[in-house]
Design a protein around this ligand. Structure first.
Ligand SMILES: Cc1ncc(COP(=O)(O)O)c(C=O)c1O
Length: 346
């Protein structure tokens, strides 16, 4: 029976869903959403904060600052509250309402950027703001998830060994790529320990992480609009790219069986299913990582109007769809409360 005094002290690491009976696919899904921050980003946030404390950058009186509009912002809000640091999350007007409310409920301040900058878009404008803050006052400490090696080290030290412990004969691991912290930490671990594991990165169509043209991406978590600084492609055996429509279909198929996962899980599972379909899987142990759960996506991926407005009415077979029926009358594409989160940031 775990008894804790700090919220980040609990993180369920041993839960897998066998997708064979659910989707007819020989895949085990490692669930990373069962902690107080609700996502895999708790690991990166904890590792980055502890490293900054160890090297003396983060100390009593420091103010953490990070550009985020999603899971990392929530994880940092939780840790900052628990360790008595102040945290300022710099986000933009596309951040969804529930994420902002969650961060504020945890005591964080949220600064919302309302206009993109000419070259770097919203992400560029957010980073400019963070830099200016840090220049103005040395109490600000920016962890910088895109470049911070502690991001991938968290998964090298935790996520990968957790998997290796239960699957000594692991054949293939599917990992979604955002900042590529999870991907690089797992890939480095299995390479270092000479395990013959195929590392398959799963990315969204429209992301430029592994080359390819930029395009519209509405589902947050995976994909980048600039090359990820942490990525070293020499550790990646294959890349699978997934269309958002396929992501959504898989999310709804899982929800129909009672498993409500986040968007990036739909992407990773969809990519893994395609890969497994094209390979001989009789002897292979296949694991995929599910970064979070579905509640944060109730007003997007699991909301009929959002889906139909963006992807059209034929996206889902009525047998597959979950979520209420389409409301009558015209519905604006993005009412204030349904703003999609920025795809390029986590
Ligand atoms: C829901 C979700 N999925 C996937 C990822 C990607 O993880 P990483 O940044 O380690 O590549 C993130 C990152 O924030 C996320 O929030």
């Amino acid at each position: 029976m775990p008894v804790i005094t700090a919220p980040h002290a609990f993180n369920e690491s041993q839960l897998y869903v066998d997708l064979e009976p659910v989707l007819g696919c020989p895949l085990l899904l490692k669930c990373e959403g069962f902690n107080f921050a609700g996502s895999i980003k708790l690991k990166a946030a904890t590792e980055m904060v502890e490293a900054a404390e160890r090297d003396g950058r983060l100390k009593p009186g420091s103010i953490l600052v990070e550009s985020s509009s999603g899971n990392l912002g929530i994880a940092l809000s939780m840790i900052a509250a628990s360790k008595d640091y102040r945290f300022l999350c710099v986000t933009d007007s596309r951040c969804n309402l529930s994420t902002r409310l969650l961060m504020e409920a945890l005591g964080s301040r949220v600064h919302t950027i309302t206009s993109p900058n000419a070259e770097g878009g919203f992400l560029g404008a957010r980073i400019d703001y963070v830099r200016a803050l840090c220049d103005s006052d040395d109490r600000y400490v920016w962890l910088s998830q895109y470049t911070n090696p502690s991001n991938w080290k968290a998964h090298y030290r935790k996520t990968a060994p957790e998997i290796a412990q239960y699957f000594p004969r692991l054949g293939v691991l599917f990992v979604g790529a955002g900042t590529t912290g999870t991907l690089m930490g797992c890939a480095r671990y299995f390479r270092q320990w000479h395990r013959p594991v195929r590392i398959v990165a799963v990315d969204s169509v429209g992301s430029v992480s592994f080359g390819g043209p930029p395009g519209r991406r509405m589902i947050p978590g995976l994909g980048m609009s600039m090359p990820p600084p942490l990525l070293d492609e020499s550790y990646v055996d294959e890349v699978v790219r997934v269309e958002e429509t396929d992501t959504i279909r898989v999310c709804h198929r899982l929800a129909r069986r009672g498993f409500l996962f986040g968007g990036s899980t739909g992407t990773v599972v969809s990519g893994a299913m395609r890969w497994l379909d094209a390979h001989d899987t009789r002897e292979i142990t296949a694991v995929a990582i599910a970064p979070d759960l579905g509640e944060r996506y109730l007003d997007t991926i699991y909301q009929s109007n959002w889906l139909y407005d963006l992807y059209g009415e034929d996206l889902l077979d009525p047998e597959e769809a979950v979520g209420g029926p389409r409301e009558a009358g015209p519905v604006p594409a993005f009412p204030e409360s349904r703003q999609p989160p920025p795809p390029e940031d986590r």
